[in-house]
Design a protein around this ligand. Structure first.
Ligand SMILES: [Zn+2]
Length: 145
């Protein structure tokens, strides 16, 4: 049997364990607040929530670094919501407004927007800077995950 994977509830922050096949996780609910562990869109977190996810969530994290007024960033957003649905249970998709998270940007050496960064347990798997269409995003995720 596959090992249990710890993931955080985006609503209440409670640590939940996922067991069994990833396909069964997309509809999983939080043990504490009973809301869906994988909402239909990319997560927008505050500073503290982001720290918790980076530290404790064992799923791969797709971080989208964006900035207000950046057109390619805006075009990417619906694709990221789509990815959150499509990869529910296997991937966390998190939007990070670069105007609000200077420490995180520095830590991950983000120099341009949009930048997509894939992390697993704190380790960088890969990153892409610049606009992407749906097909390229999916190819990149399938190749990297
Ligand atoms: Zn919860």
């Amino acid at each position: 049997m596959a090992e249990a994977i710890a993931t955080l509830c985006p609503h209440c922050g409670r640590r939940n364990k996922l067991t069994g096949s990833p396909a069964s996780h997309d509809q999983a609910h939080c043990l504490q607040c009973h809301k869906r562990l994988f909402p239909d869109r990319a997560l927008a977190l505050d500073d503290d929530e982001l720290r918790q996810f980076l530290r404790h969530d064992q799923l791969p994290l797709l971080l989208d670094f964006w900035a207000p007024g950046c057109r390619p960033c805006k075009m990417l957003m619906p694709l990221l919501d789509q990815a959150a649905r499509k990869y529910a249970g296997a991937l966390r998709v998190i939007k990070i407004n670069t105007a609000e998270f200077p420490t995180t940007i520095k830590k991950h050496r983000i120099r341009a927007v949009p930048t997509l960064l894939l992390l697993r347990k704190g380790k960088e798997l890969d990153r892409v800077t610049g606009a992407l269409d749906a097909a390229r995003l999916e190819r990149w995720l399938n190749k990297t995950l």
